[in-house]
Design a protein. Structure first.
Length: 239
C-alpha cells in the first residue's frame, strides 16, 4: 500500500510546475535556446543542432542534458539514503533545490540573452545549475508519485485530462466526484506551466536574476508550507 500525498504537497507540486515554466523561459530566451527542465525537448533540440540548425547549439544542449541526468541520479541516490535514515527527504531535496536555484540567480546577475554561438562561461554555469536542480526535482516528484504531476512534463496531465471519461479518472473509476477533482488537478498543472512561462518571459525584461529569484522563491515557499507529507494510505499509483 502506498500513501497518498496531502493536499498541501499536491499544491506544492503545482507551484513547482509553475516555476518549471519560468526556468525554461529563461533557458530558451536567455541561454541559447535550451530547456533546463524539459529534457525531452533538449533531445529534440540536440538532434536539430547536430543536423545543422543554426539557431540551436550542441554544446549548451549537451550541458543541459548531461546536468539534468546528473541531477536526476543524484536526487534518486539522496532520496534512497534519506529514506533509509528516516529523514524528511522531501523537505531536504526541495531545500537543496532552492539553494541551487538561488545560486543560479546570483550567477545570472547582469547576463544578457545571447545566441548559442555567443554564450559565455556564466551562461553555461547558469544552464548547468538550473538543469541540475530540475533533474533533482524530477527525482523528488517521481518519488511523491502523483499521476499527472511530474512538475516538468505536462504530457501525462494532458493525456489524463482529455483521455479519461468526464465521470472518472483512470485511478478512480465510477466515482464522478473524485474524477472531477483529478481532472481539475490535471488542468491546473497545464495552466501552471503555461503561466510560469508567461511570468518568466515578463520577468526577463528585468533580467535573468529577477526571473530566477522568483523561481527560487517558489521552491522556498513549497519548502515552508509543505504539510509534512502524506494524508492516508492508498493503492500504489504509477507516475
Amino acid at each position: 500500500m502506498a500513501e497518498v500525498p496531502s493536499s498541501r504537497r499536491v499544491a506544492g507540486l503545482l507551484v513547482l510546475t509553475f516555476s518549471s515554466g519560468m526556468v525554461d523561459a529563461v533557458g530558451f530566451i536567455a541561454l541559447g535556446h535550451v530547456f533546463c527542465a524539459l529534457a525531452t525537448g533538449n533531445v529534440l533540440f540536440l538532434g536539430l543542432a547536430v543536423a545543422g540548425e543554426p539557431q540551436l547549439g550542441v554544446s549548451n544542449t549537451v550541458a543541459a542534458l548531461g546536468s539534468f541526468v546528473v541531477g536526476l541520479a543524484a536526487g534518486h541516490h539522496a532520496i534512497v539514503r534519506l529514506l533509509a535514515r528516516g529523514r524528511d527527504w522531501f523537505r531536504i531535496t526541495i531545500g537543496a533545490e532552492t539553494v541551487v536555484l538561488a545560486a543560479a540567480a546570483a550567477a545570472g546577475w547582469g547576463l544578457t540573452a545571447r545566441p548559442p554561438g555567443e554564450l559565455g562561461l556564466r551562461h553555461y554555469g547558469v544552464v548547468v545549475m538550473l538543469a541540475l536542480a530540475m533533474g533533482a526535482r524530477t527525482a523528488t516528484t517521481h518519488r511523491v508519485g502523483v499521476p499527472g504531476l511530474s512538475t516538468i512534463l505536462i504530457t501525462t496531465s494532458l493525456a489524463l485530462l482529455f483521455g479519461t471519461p468526464p465521470g472518472g479518472s483512470g485511478e478512480v473509476r465510477g466515482d464522478a466526484r473524485a474524477g472531477r477533482t483529478h481532472r481539475r488537478r490535471y488542468l491546473t498543472a497545464v495552466l501552471s506551466i503555461f503561466c510560469g512561462a508567461v511570468a518568466g518571459t515578463l520577468l526577463l525584461r528585468l533580467g535573468v536574476t529577477a526571473a530566477l529569484v522568483v523561481a527560487a522563491g517558489c521552491a522556498a515557499a513549497v519548502l515552508f508550507v509543505d504539510g509534512g507529507g502524506r494524508a492516508r494510505a492508498g493503492p500504489a499509483r504509477p507516475v
